[in-house]
Design a protein. Structure first.
Length: 464
């Protein structure tokens, strides 16, 4: 029980924390919302403070040149049924911190979790990592306070790094955006500020069964955790927990070797073209700007809006900013099937305009808007009808989960995990492949392989 994979697994199997009981997790969460004053109001673009449309490009930018901007891109690709389009996109080239501080309490690893307000959050607050900050935030471009616990991630001389990697953000919304996902462990006592608490990983995973409680940033960091085999640790006999644990053991046999997966993935990136040209927002074809939003002329996809925000527990108590608002609920789903007793996930190589390197490994089905509902049969995403028509006993996980609330306005996706029946074909389209959970975890260790939707969905699966 000395290696970190076993330490993480024990924490994931512990539902009663040494600091907070599971029965008190949700009451504590709602008490933090009640303890603060939050206000969000949609406003005209003309009422934005320190933000504005550039006179030449029409790009929506902050006067400091920091934080992020809304720009235009022109996309040309041979992937999918639409070969060319224009769209607005978030350009945020700086890398931020998404990090958990952990500590063993009574022999079990606990995570320092934050009840964090973000303007676009459903519920206004959601459970977040210990530190969630862009470079503009932690360098105090906003002239506010430094984020709590920043010093532990800047100076790690008194801590141990358990995981540290750059991970991509939403490729359909961000232009080549990455954040530093990091987990550190401290041995000494540290202060626990208001709106923070220690929870076991098992408590966090159980909380993910609720709609829109654990934010996207917490889920992506947790997805980076590897567990390995149980090595004698008792888990629920039978059921998804035991199957998932076998799938997470890298010693168990997989349908495809890691080398075969790399070759398959390289072939997909070789086969598909992705041409991205940055263009001024004012000339983005098919989109229009009104006093209140930038939107597609069809009314579909998403729009860019402006909001005024007040929060008494943030580094700055009031501000205005743009947010991206989805027009429909999306769908994210993994289909899984056992091969020789080992659970495999059906993974697709998905091309999105903001990707660093053409394609990333994505869930079986990923539709960030509900536009598929009106699509012709030949244009509907593969396997979407299988997912939507799955029998109740096949559905192992089904919740609504939010996208990141600092940039997206109340955007949520239905997250599903479906166990395929014997009727599900083993042969799949060439841009799909079967992978074990251990293989997905292995590729998460490296930059720009597994996309944020796949990571977040994988992080939601628990053993109990």
């Amino acid at each position: 029980m000395n290696n970190k994979e076993q330490i993480f697994l024990r924490s994931a199997l512990t539902l009663e924390g040494a600091v907070m009981s599971s029965a008190n997790v949700m009451p504590w969460f709602w008490s933090r919302q009640d303890a603060h004053r939050f206000r969000l109001e949609k406003i005209p673009f003309s009422e934005l403070s320190k933000w504005g449309f550039d006179a030449d490009t029409g790009n929506l930018c902050h006067e400091s040149g920091r934080f992020f901007s809304i720009e235009g891109i022109r996309v040309k690709t041979n992937w999918g049924s639409v070969p060319e389009w224009d769209q607005p996109i978030i350009n945020q080239p700086e890398i931020g911190f998404l990090g958990f501080i952990t500590k063993k309490i009574d022999g079990v690893l606990h995570f320092l979790v934050q009840a964090k307000m973000e303007p676009g959050n459903i519920n206004m607050i959601q459970l977040a990592p210990t530190l969630q900050a862009t470079r503009s935030n932690f360098t105090r471009v906003h002239q506010g306070k430094s984020p709590p616990y920043l010093e532990y991630f800047i100076d790690r001389s008194n801590s141990k790094v358990l995981f540290d990697s750059l991970q991509s953000e939403q490729g359909a919304r961000f232009l080549r955006k990455r954040n530093r996902n990091i987990i550190i462990e401290v041995e000494h006592d540290i202060p626990v500020y208001e709106d923070y608490c220690w929870m076991t990983l098992g408590q966090v995973l159980q909380t993910m069964r609720h709609d829109n409680i654990v934010n996207m940033d917490a889920r992506t960091v947790i997805s980076c955790i590897s567990y390995g085999g149980s090595d004698g640790i008792q888990v629920t006999q039978g059921g998804l927990g035991a199957s998932l644990l076998r799938s997470l053991d890298p010693l168990n046999r997989s349908e495809y070797s890691n080398e075969a997966i790399i070759s398959w993935f390289t072939e997909q990136k070789f086969k598909y073209d992705l041409g991205i040209e940055r263009i001024p927002l004012r000339i983005v074809h098919g989109w229009e700007r009104t006093d209140m939003c930038v939107r597609h002329e069809s009314g579909k996809f998403f729009s860019v809006i402006a909001c005024a925000v007040e929060a008494d527990n943030r580094e700055v108590s009031s501000w205005t900013q743009p947010l991206v608002k989805a027009h429909q609920q999306g769908l994210i789903a993994f289909v899984a099937k056992e091969f020789k007793g080992i659970l495999h996930f059906l993974v697709q190589a998905k091309v999105e305009p903001g990707n660093f390197d053409v394609a990333e490994m994505a869930p079986t089905v990923q539709c960030l808007t509900g536009s598929y509902e009106e699509a012709a049969p030949e244009d509907r995403p593969p396997f979407i009808d299988y997912v939507l028509n799955a029998k109740l006993e096949q559905v192992c996980f089904d919740t609504l989960q939010s996208e990141e609330g600092g940039r997206f306005y109340r955007e949520e996706n239905r997250n599903l995990f479906i166990l395929a029946g014997e009727d599900f074909p083993e042969e799949v389209p060439e841009n799909y492949i079967w992978m074990t959970a251990a293989q997905l975890k292995e590729f998460i260790k490296y930059n720009n392989f597994v996309n944020v939707q796949a990571r977040c969905l994988l992080s939601s699966l628990s053993f109990i």
